[in-house]
Design a protein around this ligand. Structure first.
Ligand code: SF4
Ligand code: SF4
Length: 477
């Protein structure tokens, strides 16, 4: 699809959007590229305000040109059989499927399983906009009923004018929310076949598989921050400092701070700051001051946090913003950040400082803390709140700086911490003593220097104070 998209873009001087949906975006496979043609064209900007300055008069003309382009592209799509094609075509069918994206792949898998590969034609739509009407309408005429399978919103379905034959999301046949899973689609196709007397095989049962998995008694594991992740310590400290605070946050590994009750919101990138601003203004208007501690990753802050911060400062918001600076874009695969001094393709770039950017947004209170120094981080968070409460106070920014330990694993290994596990609590604690040899080995804690790094969090968190630090490392009593 990509070469076609680039060619269309060149030919019609128009941006083309390729819309991969959830499962496609989460999949990976090795791809062999055909030769990639180079466009031998030198940079050249011919002045042409009618084309490039979208002022009201020119906009009218440009809009007209755009409509003409879309009409021409639709004509191309009508004959683009590599992307819009029918499988198992026939003169008449009781039920036909129009599918796009992953919906098509699911239908291809399911129909043979239900013994329907010969009975149900599928029209695959690869170019839903502009709509290839001349391909779609004749297909609809051939079928008594049509099922539309597409992720996520009903783009194809909405563009079909006569919906009298159509089943899809709009009539609720396909659930309007959640992922279009194979088991859901299997059931829908099976139900429609029964309704219209099309012989259909049994829906394959997953009962025995489900029973087998349930029998394994596997614990439910939510996605969680890596062991030793610096964000763990940050979230622990923030919650400790303000157990009743409000914690707007953002998108990244650190969204998993939800498991530590230190993340209350997560929306679009940068929303930690804009939501915190709104919350501050709402409470302030009601004469209430409440600790609001927003968290955002360094990459997210560079990407779309600074605008929100500027706006917060300008409008007099007073809350704490904690920038969780792990020096990398961890969640999406360890891409560099603007602070790294390396561009996305590995070339040297100009390193930008978070502190300078925060200062440039008008923030007067900036502190850098090591999140593993939990006591200091708790203290600094409380001091920052005091600053926000002063009559001449304002926004307070803490930069919790420690590299992602998955990215920096090699560097951190140079200084591992040794742990000695004794399992013998001192007699004065009155706790039962268990001889190590008698313990179930699988229950023994294991310190992993490659993941724990320099994290002291368990020692600080243990309510029994059972983990202590010695000259050689930790001792667990
Ligand atoms: S040092 Fe303790 S808290 Fe930190 S990762 Fe290891 S076990 Fe977890
Ligand atoms: S990848 Fe890095 S930042 Fe993300 S959870 Fe793991 S240690 Fe933390």
């Amino acid at each position: 699809m990509l070469p076609i998209a680039f060619n269309l873009s060149e030919k019609f001087e128009i941006p083309v959007i390729l819309r991969p949906v959830l499962r496609v975006s989460h999949a990976q496979q090795t791809i062999t590229f055909n030769p990639i043609p180079r466009i031998e064209r030198k940079a050249n900007f011919p002045r042409n305000p009618q084309r490039w300055s979208a002022t009201p008069r020119f906009r009218f003309i440009l809009h007209k040109q755009l409509n003409m382009k879309l009409q021409k592209i639709a004509e191309e799509f009508n004959s683009m059989i590599s992307l819009n094609f029918i499988e198992n075509d026939r003169e008449k069918a009781v039920l036909g499927i129009i599918a796009g994206g992953i919906g098509y792949a699911i239908a291809r898998d399911i129909l043979p399983e239900l013994g329907l590969q010969k009975d149900i034609p599928i029209l695959k739509i690869g170019t839903p906009f502009p709509f290839p009407t001349e391909v779609v309408e004749p297909f609809i005429q051939k079928c008594d009923h049509i099922l539309i399978l597409e992720e996520t919103e009903p783009v194809i379905e909405l563009q079909i004018r006569d919906k009298s034959k159509i089943y899809g999301r709009l009539d609720g046949m396909i659930p309007n929310e959640g992922e279009m899973l194979p088991e859901v689609i299997t059931q829908v196709i099976s139900n429609l076949c029964k309704r219209y007397s099309i012989p259909v095989g049994e829906v394959p049962s997953t009962e025995s598989l489900e029973k087998m998995v349930a029998g394994l008694g596997l614990p439910i594991r939510r996605p969680t921050l890596c062991s030793g992740c610096p964000h763990r310590s940050s979230f622990y400290a923030l919650k400790k400092a303000f157990p009743n605070g409000i914690f707007p946050s953002d998108i990244g590994c650190y969204t998993l701070g939800m498991n530590m009750e230190s993340v209350d919101t997560c929306h679009d990138m940068g929303a930690a700051i804009t939501i915190a601003s709104g919350l501050y203004q709402a409470y302030h208007q009601d004469g209430k001051e409440i600790p609001i501690i927003a968290t955002i990753g360094d990459s997210t802050f560079y990407h779309s946090g600074a605008q929100g911060l500027l706006n917060a400062v300008y409008n007099g918001a007073k809350f704490i913003l904690v920038i969780l600076d792990n020096s990398i874009t961890a969640m999406t695969g360890m891409q560099p950040t603007p602070e790294s001094g390396v561009t996305a393709d590995g070339h040297p770039g100009t390193s930008l400082s978070i502190e300078e950017l925060v200062k440039g947004c008008g923030v007067k209170y900036i502190r850098v803390v090591n999140p593993y120094d939990i006591k200091v981080m708790i203290r600094e968070t409380q001091k920052a709140y005091k600053y926000t409460q002063q009559p001449d106070g304002g926004m307070a920014v803490l930069i919790a700086r420690y590299p992602c330990i998955i990215y920096q694993k090699e560097q951190l290994k140079v200084n591992p911490i040794k742990v000695e596990i004794r399992h013998l609590p001192p007699p004065e604690r009155g706790l039962p003593q268990v001889k190590s040899g008698e313990m179930d080995k699988s229950l023994l804690p294991v310190f992993q220097d490659e993941v724990c790094g320099q994290c002291d969090t368990c020692m600080i968190q243990c309510p029994e104070g059972a983990i202590s630090k010695t000259e050689d490392g930790y001792v667990i009593d």
